[in-house]
Design a protein around this ligand. Structure first.
Ligand code: SIN
Length: 281
């Protein structure tokens, strides 16, 4: 196994080569991958050739499967969701705004894995932002102000019955189920401590974080907006460019991410798995 640590300012994204993820990996290999993944937020494995069963087996080395609300998984693989957009599709692409996967769950997933099958010739990159570096760089005054705050998260904006995915009238290939369940809220600390790295991170995102508890709506909106602008600066972001047969695994405790469009007229197909996480604190 050979790896290349990031050269970009964001400190995100380690490329891991000379390893066949279809094979049974040793405990030492898994431990090394885990260490690289938590330290660099995203582990990138180019040129993998996996069946979906082998993909599931690899994922399970990092914890049990997460719960997939709202997205209808593959019938034969109930823990795999197809992220599929056809070449003639007019609906907006899925996941196009900054978020941390399922942050509205009581115990949000630690890892998300994506395995690529069909990649458009242009566009369709995935962007990531480093929420640990973004926290470290805040002024002491701002850290002091946010350290003990909590936020309410919910899936309402995209997945409620009147949410974005319900009200879009263009035909979508991905099967999404909108529901009143999306209106439920869950409280998480704004500043989260990563269990494995011990680093503090900004656990907020504009898709699922609704408000900071205990502040007026205006104060909450203003503070969240200030933090989002800060987190999305170029110095914290990493642009992942896809190739077919690439597997990536990111840490939802350290990064937020968004999918970029720009590939109308071309097909894009990836398979997604989430891995159960730990309680936020
Ligand atoms: C997502 O899981 O949010 C989508 C990422 C992507 O399609 O690049």
């Amino acid at each position: 196994m050979k790896y290349f640590t990031p050269t970009s300012q964001s400190n995100l994204g380690v490329k891991i080569q000379d390893i066949n993820l279809a094979k049974d990996l040793s405990k030492q290999d898994i431990a090394s991958i885990r260490e690289l993944w938590v330290n660099y937020g995203i582990a990138i494995f180019p040129n993998q050739n996996l069946t979906l069963k082998e993909y599931e087996n690899f994922s399970l080395q990092f914890g049990s499967f997460g719960e997939e609300p709202f997205l209808i998984p593959m019938q034969e693989h109930p823990h795999i969701v197809k992220l599929h957009r056809k070449s003639d599709e007019e609906a907006t692409h899925f996941g196009g705004a900054w978020h941390s996967d399922w942050s509205f769950q009581g115990v949000p997933p630690s890892a998300t894995l994506l395995y690529s099958e069909i990649i458009p010739p242009t566009g369709g990159d995935t962007l990531f932002a480093n929420t640990a570096d973004a926290y470290d760089d805040l002024s002491n005054v701002l850290k002091e102000k946010i350290n003990n705050l909590r936020c309410l998260h919910s899936a309402k904006l995209p997945y409620a019955k009147d949410g974005v995915y319900a009200t879009e009238n263009k035909k979508r290939t991905m099967k999404i189920h909108t529901s009143d369940e999306a209106n439920k809220t869950m409280s998480h600390p704004l500043v989260r401590t990563h269990r494995e790295t011990g680093r503090k991170t900004l656990f907020i995102n504009p898709v699922y974080t609704q408000e900071i508890e205990g502040l007026s709506k205006d104060e909450s909106d203003a503070l969240l907006f200030e933090l989002y602008i800060h987190m999305a600066q170029n110095k914290y972001t990493f642009r992942h460019k896809w190739q077919p047969d690439m597997l990536i695994m990111w840490d939802n405790r350290t990064v937020i991410h968004m999918a970029e469009g720009g590939y109308d007229g071309h097909e894009r197909l990836l398979h997604r798995i989430t891995i159960a996480g730990d309680k936020t604190e």
